[in-house]
Design a protein around this ligand. Structure first.
Ligand code: SF4
Length: 70
């Protein structure tokens, strides 16, 4: 049986655009769950704190730059 490349055990479910957005903050719980928090929600009530995933379109999306090697 082939492994499903779209899933990886132990990781958060795909959050769509949020996964590459500068405003995403991953919140890990003590129960082992991971939630995708939108930091825009702190300043703008138009954005839910925990958007319904996957987010496929978002006016507030800003692509996160890749981390630079040190
Ligand atoms: S701004 Fe939009 S794409 Fe970015 S984290 Fe918030 S909901 Fe996700």
């Amino acid at each position: 049986m082939m492994a499903d490349p779209t899933t990886s055990p132990g990781s958060a479910p795909p959050a769509g655009l949020c996964d590459s957005c500068v405003h995403q903050q991953l919140v890990h719980t003590t129960r082992g769950s991971t939630f995708s928090l939108c930091r825009r929600s702190r300043d703008d009530p138009a954005y839910p704190r925990y958007p319904r995933l996957p987010v496929l379109a978002c006016p507030g999306y800003e692509q996160r730059e890749r981390e630079q090697p040190r």
